[in-house]
Design a protein around this ligand. Sequence first.
Ligand SMILES: [Zn+2]
Length: 280
Amino acid sequence: MRFIQRASQKYDIENDQFISMVVDGRIGEFKHFLTSYEEQWKLEIDELIFRLESGDIVDKTKLSDVSHQASRFHGLYKRERGELKFIKDLRLSNKKEICPYCGSPGCGTLDHYYPKAQFPQFSVIADNLVPCCYRCNKIKGEYFPINKYDRVINPYFDEFSKKFIFQIEFFDVAGVLFFKLLPHFKLLPVEKEIVKSHIRRMKIKDFHTESVLSTFENERDLVGSMLKEGLGEDVVKRVLKNAVDEGFASGRTYDWSLIVKESIASIGTNFELIKKIKMA
Ligand SMILES: [Zn+2]
């Protein structure tokens, strides 16, 4: 999983100041509304940031109902000028990056972690805007965290995404290869629940089935030939782990070849499966 720098830090955005600027820059009825809502708006943003930082969720029922102004808040998101220029920059500057939700190349869009349809007041809050791929933005849609366990991984705040979050268990049924994508065994129980929810919500397994299977087949052949050459299991596992450490150090945490290698080196049943297939 890819952990990325918070947008508010990247653009040095102080939310209180930012909100005041946004209010000052508006005119007419919307300005009138925002002026009366400004202090409350700041409190609700503080609450959002507090919940994100503590890995918890925002209780929608405790927020003001600003749905009657939703289209105007959404208009702010679309405007992309003046004080909101950072939105355009955030989108453009991440275009060629790896999607932090699914690991595919290209982040052409911004996801509202708390969807703007249901949380219009968070439409233009920097830390609510996560660069991601179109597929993930579409799949996540208007889903928002239900509880602290049932939610999508937040690439800005979930620091556990700096570690391996997935492990893969391969098995063979009548010569056909299958796998289970699971939370890594070293994660904490809460982290495991979040990763499970992420895999399910973001359809990570469906999306990557082909590349996981072909990666496994490659690794299986390499490991098999090392074993046939007479290298001991411990040596083979060390070779895999060294490659994993090297890749991890260079930031390739969401890379199926690393995840597969790590799963072969650290999960005995995967290793046994390779021995069974290659040594038969
Ligand atoms: Zn994605």
